[in-house]
Write a protein that binds this ligand. Structure first.
Ligand SMILES: NC(=O)c1ccc[n+]([C@@H]2O[C@H](COP(=O)([O-])OP(=O)(O)OC[C@H]3O[C@@H](n4cnc5c(N)ncnc54)[C@H](OP(=O)(O)O)[C@@H]3O)[C@@H](O)[C@H]2O)c1
Length: 238
């Protein structure tokens, strides 16, 4: 049976083509599709999931999350070995607090907070701030009141100005759903953990009645310690 770090050890993600980085999402879900318990994701996956997550991070230039994921619990977006080159940690915020120093565990890792133009939120000094234009389709606030930045603009700037060729997105469901809706995601890595949670939490994509179905292509499936590790390519939309 494979160890978590072996599962994607040989993985080579493509470089970006065109203006955008190559974008992959990685999430862990329970068998009944829950992504958090009591508001936290950390209880769902086991050691092998944690290891495979670190391995995926070692294959990219940057790891991005939404503010909701940062607020939920203390977490790392880096590699355990501080001697290794750390991916850029990116937190995308709209209008709420960003507890970077309290919740983001970093060692030798640069942190970038992405906020909408005109945001008044104070970002702690440990992070650089990139102000981004608002989404032209939701200038006054997106679904759920999000003061939504233009994700296409953000991805282009990460590629052009921060040399992000490969970007790993680790949620949460709200950010994932926007990226998928806008056809900005190339691959989805999903760990199915051997647990039922009946938590009523969103699936890997937050609900959206306007969402258009997307078809996936299974690229690989591994098992380790009763977890299922699935890798999908997004099929081109018609
Ligand atoms: N199972 C897993 O693998 C996994 C992974 C990650 C998270 N989670 C769980 O998911 C839950 C959080 O879900 P969530 O959907 O709220 O998380 P999220 O997508 O990380 O955060 C949503 C927030 O991010 C900001 N945001 C998202 N899109 C934006 C945009 N286009 N422009 C500007 N800001 C944007 C907004 O912040 P503002 O509020 O500041 O406007 C928004 O409220 C937590 O319980 C967490 O534990 C699970």
């Amino acid at each position: 049976m494979a160890e978590g770090k072996e599962i994607y050890g040989d993985l080579e993600l493509p470089h970006s083509s065109g203006d955008f980085p190559y974008v992959v999402i990685n999430m862990v879900s329970s068998v009944d599709g829950g992504t958090s318990v009591s508001g936290k994701a950390s209880g769902i996956g086991g050691r092998v999931d944690r290891e495979s997550m670190r391995t995926l991070r070692s294959k990219v230039d940057a790891v991005m999350i939404g503010a909701g994921t940062l607020r939920a619990e203390r977490l790392s977006l880096g590699l355990d070995d501080p001697a290794l080159t750390q991916p850029l940690a990116i937190v995308l915020g709209g209008q709420g607090e960003l507890p970077i120093e309290e919740h983001l565990i970093t060692t030798n890792q640069k942190v970038l907070a992405v906020l909408p133009d005109g945001a008044v939120e104070q970002v702690e000094r440990s992070a650089e701030v990139l102000y981004a234009p608002r989404n032209p389709e939701t200038p006054g606030g997106g679904p759920g009141g999000i003061a939504s930045v233009d994700l296409q603009w953000v991805l282009k700037h990460l590629r052009a100005d921060y040399s992000v060729e490969r970007l790993l997105v680790e949620g949460g469901p709200s950010l994932n759903r926007q990226l998928v809706s806008q056809n900005l995601v190339d691959e989805l890595f999903l760990t199915v953990a051997p647990v039922l949670v009946a938590a009523g939490s969103p699936s890997i994509l937050s609900p959206d009645p306007g969402f258009t179905r997307r078809d996936l292509m299974l690229k690989s499936a591994h098992t380790a310690d009763d977890h299922l590790f699935l890798r999908y390519h997004m099929r081109a939309t018609a």
